[in-house]
Design a protein around this ligand. Sequence first.
Ligand code: PMP
Length: 400
Amino acid sequence: MSSNGAQDELLMIPGPVAVSPAVLEAYSTPPPGHLTPRVIEAHGSALERMRAVWCAGADSQPFVVPGSGTIAMEMAVTNLVEAGTRVLVVDTGYFSVRMAEMLRRRGAQLEVVGAPAFGETVAAEEVARALDAAPYAAVFATHVDTSTGVRVDAEGIARAAAARGVLSVFDGVCATGGERFEQEAWGADVYLTSSQKALGLPAGLALMVVSPRALAAREALSSAPPMSLDWLQWLPIMRAYEARGGAYFSTPATNLVMALDVSLGELLASECNGQRGIAARFELHVRAARAMREAFAALGLSLVPTAPGHMANTLSAVRYPDGTDAGLVKRMAAHRVLVAGGLAPGHQGTYFRVGHMGWTVTQPALLLRTLEALEEALAQGGHRGFERGAGVAAARVQLS
Ligand code: PMP
């Protein structure tokens, strides 16, 4: 079997992630032209499906462009912010720091409301208080910070911003399609992501859905963003594809667009506990996260996030037990399961990260295989504080 297969290396880092066989098949087609009927259909359909996956309004505008999560962040920043724009950044780790740096480079006047300590979050009430303390045009938050596994209360932040007439922008790179997010109901203005995480695709696409208010803010800018990032440059292209016409500004990543339509179709066809659709997909992530957490607890391991209420469902940041170090990640790789080391500056050597998002949450066998490799690697490293098989057994209860 190929890259997803049980015999092969299993990619359980927090992105990129293993993809479904159907996504792989759609991607692995001889490169189609960007104006061929099947690309036009896939592109148009993917844009429509994005609104459903994002739980966004009919009047919202989806964008899909070639790129990465960082490019999606840059697109949001450059379309909403110019020199002197006052913005608030909610800092929960490495990727919020990156967002703040982008905003600074754009000349924004920046305030930061930060988590009090590593592994903690920023409460929505605190964000609301900060928004009351000074006038802001926009608030930027990272839905799930991949460096810590900390999730913010996106609903609370979005509602607080909307109630005050402030735009809200969420980096959903490690969340979109995996964590509950209701863009329309919560009044969130921009929800951005990239293809290689919970959407379950190879890397290479930057995606976002933008509210009419956010588009109006772009129109009101006094200077245009860089051309390749400009929403107004891409808008006629997105509209043309959605109308099943197609148009050219810059070549779309055609294989990825074909695969995107398939992956979004899979997300929307999800089923879990009697639910169907995107709500079921979120629930599958809740179930996988619960299974992994139960397993870690059974193995005597603790997590970086300090309370269950802000632990992400898309990944776990797990502290090394006493006497264990980053060699654990290498030993797991020897068992052909890839997880990632820590990413937060100053804490890298104290924890590792396991992604459980996208297609893998629909495959209990892959989650259990990850835990088997973890148990092996812990035992080989001399960790004695657990009973062999306890992690796998604890997870199995949740997954059955
Ligand atoms: N934001 C978050 C929350 C991320 O996890 C990542 C990637 N790990 C990024 C932004 C940047 O995405 P990319 O690596 O695709 O540029």
